[in-house]
Write a protein that binds this ligand. Structure first.
Ligand SMILES: Nc1ncnc2c1ncn2[C@@H]1O[C@H](COP(=O)(O)OP(=O)(O)OP(=O)(O)O)[C@@H](O)[C@H]1O
Length: 590
């Protein structure tokens, strides 16, 4: 019920549909009660006294009842459908919106397949229950109550005998519910783990194939499939036990009714028509008892689904705008970035960065060099407020970034990452991603700066070439150049290049960087690179190791002193240094 209460907010504006749907179903159900009465009339007042002139009226009444009942059932479906679809529409939008604003931390552990199944299968189950299942569950109760009243009006002794098995039926249905609910929850989990396996397999197909790990993947899938199958078998075993037990109990009622009812008819304290009416009423009551299993199943499924959807919707957003967070005036932003004693750890792990201090006046270029996992990308993530710092502060133009609206802050920062994500759209749309009213001239201008224009023009449809979600058909370097063009088009005050040219060759990197000289002017730029060639023009280079800055300075200063920077320089420029030494040696000889 708690789930229903929480979902209520998503359909309450359309509650009229819910009430109308329930009302129409209740009318249809009430009309169903007319049949046993017609049967009684047919037997007691038409057939037994051979009074056949009543038949046409009877036939017309049946037809009338059938038409009205069918119409009410149509209206129940109509309003229920409207309600269910409206709710599913709102929940889908709410979930998608939530996914947009959830913090990076959530995505660190989230599984795509699992999220997809919440947005599809789970939403569908909720739609079905709120649209139809809920009204039908209420209707089951109505049928039992109406039926019992009707029976009582005919004969109270027989009613008691007939209803004797009802508490047992209800008990079994409830016991069944308590077992099937966890089974369904388990089944949903197993299904989402199955979809996750498929999704990861498709995304990582290149890795799978290059490692020839197809048998491992098949094995992995089959284990999860096995789990899903076991869950399904367990649930269907519960189902298969449920039906025979219900049938047995129902049959006991019928046998009792036949015996006692037949005796009463012989004793003439019950008419034949009344006994037949009772027989049809017993099905009127037992029918819902049978289907109560289905409705309870429907309810438990959608309850489990509702919990999963609500769990997503209730996820706390860790990085939020503060109450008084300001919006930046993009015309006025200068891009002065300072880090003041910044320390940060992911969850309970050891700190990823420790006591980082940095001053990047507007327009300066800051380089980061360091081994993998040394904390370079973390510094950038903190600047974007993907996470909030644990201690210390990061300021933009003297203002703590936690006091700036996240959207506004990120609007000033353009990032190019090592991994480029391209949307399944045209190259032009990928470059102008999220920006409206961008002229083709601008797209071409930034593409030229990113050295992407030439290869784009060689593609069959130029800028209109459609690329897949992983940029199928483009090389890693080409994708990176598109990402660089995309970042430049945003015209940011702060530019972040996180291993952005790792996939291009040295020559292209040099070309791109000469283009950058122009676009970096007036922007504060952070470059993370493994190649010294990418950093040598930086105003300050920070050498990182295990989350700490171990060396800092300009390229010329750093190569002059022994330390990690000089070591990397020696490794990367070994040939160059050897050549320099040879030339120097020859000059000495001469
Ligand atoms: N999302 C995350 N959740 C938990 N730990 C993380 C996360 N991202 C990074 N880390 C950890 O933080 C530390 C710093 O990682 P970071 O990505 O900043 O290093 P890096 O210097 O950029 O490495 P690389 O050059 O390999 O990209 C590492 O120990 C890493 O395992």
């Amino acid at each position: 019920m708690e789930v229903l209460r929480q979902l209520q907010g998503y359909f309450w504006t359309k509650r009229l549909y819910l009430f109308l749907s329930i009302l129409c179903l209740a009318i249809a159900t009430a009309l169903g009660l007319i049949y046993p009465n017609l049967l009684r009339y047919l037997i007691d007042d038409v057939i037994t006294p051979r009074n056949f002139e009543g038949v046409p009226i009877l036939a017309m009444s049946v037809l009338g009842v059938v038409i009205v009942k069918s119409f009410m059932q149509f209206l129940h479906g109509f309003f229920g459908g409207r309600l269910g679809n409206y709710l599913a529409y709102r929940l889908r939008n709410a979930c998608y919106e939530k996914l947009q604003f959830l913090s990076f931390r959530y995505y660190d552990t989230a599984k795509t397949g699992d999220l997809m199944s919440r947005l599809t299968g789970d939403l569908e189950a909720i739609r079905n229950f709120i649209g139809f299942g809920f009204a039908q569950l209420l209707n089951v109760i109505l049928m039992v109550v109406f039926g019992a009243i009707m029976m009582l009006s005919i004969n109270w002794q027989l009613t008691l005998i007939t209803l004797i098995s009802m508490p047992l039926l209800a008990f079994i249905a409830l016991r069944f519910e308590s077992q099937i609910h966890p089974a369904f929850q388990e089944m949903r989990l197993a299904l989402s783990s199955l979809t996750t396996a498929v999704q990861e397999n498709i995304t990582g197909v290149r890795t799978v194939k290059s490692f020839a790990r197809e048998p491992y993947e098949v094995e992995k899938f089959s284990t999860r499939n096995e789990r899903y199958k076991t869950n399904q078998i367990f649930a269907s075993t519960l189902w298969s036990r449920f039906f025979p037990v219900m049938e047995l109990l129902a049959s006991i009622s019928i046998v009792l009714l036949l015996g006692v009812g037949g005796y009463l008819v012989i004793q003439k304290s019950l008419s034949l028509g009344e006994l037949v009416a009772f027989f049809s009423l017993i099905w009127y009551i037992i029918g819902p008892m049978w289907s109560i299993g289905f409705h309870i199943n429907n309810y438990t499924q959608s309850k489990a689904s509702g919990e999963r959807v609500l769990e997503l919707l209730n996820q706390p957003v860790e990085v939020l705008d503060r109450e008084r967070a300001v919006e930046l005036d993009s015309q006025r932003v200068e891009g002065h970035v300072t880090f003041d004693g910044v320390t940060f750890a992911y969850g309970n792990k050891l700190p990823a960065v420790v006591d980082i201090n940095l001053d990047a006046p507007p327009g300066t270029v800051i380089g980061f060099l360091g081994g993998t996992g040394s904390g370079k990308s973390t510094i950038i993530q903190l600047l974007m407020r993907a996470y909030d710092v644990n201690t210390g502060s990061i300021k933009l133009d003297g203002k703590d970034i936690r006091d700036i609206q996240i959207r506004s802050l990120r609007g000033q920062i353009s990032s190019v990452f090592q991994e480029t994500f391209l949307f399944s759209s045209t190259i032009r749309n990928n470059i102008s991603y999220g920006l409206t009213h961008v002229s083709m001239e601008d797209v071409i201008r930034v593409s030229k700066l990113a050295k992407a224009h030439d290869f784009i023009m060689e593609l069959p449809d130029g800028y209109d070439t459609v690329v897949g979600e992983r940029g199928m058909g483009l090389s890693g370097g080409q994708k990176q150049r598109i990402a660089i063009a995309r970042a430049l088009l945003k015209n940011p005050k702060i530019l972040v290049l996180d291993d952005a040219t790792s996939a291009v060759d040295m020559e292209t990197e040099h070309e791109i960087q000469s283009g950058f000289q122009e676009v970096m002017r007036g922007r504060t730029t952070f470059i993370i690179a493994h190649r010294i060639s990418s950093l040598r023009h930086a105003d300050e280079i920070l050498v990182m190791n295990e989350g700490r800055v171990v060396q800092r300075g300009k390229h010329e200063q750093l190569i002059a002193i022994p330390g990690p920077y000089q070591d990397v320089y020696h490794i990367q420029y070994a040939d160059h240094i050897a050549r320099l030494k040879d030339t120097a040696g020859e000059q000495v000889k001469q």
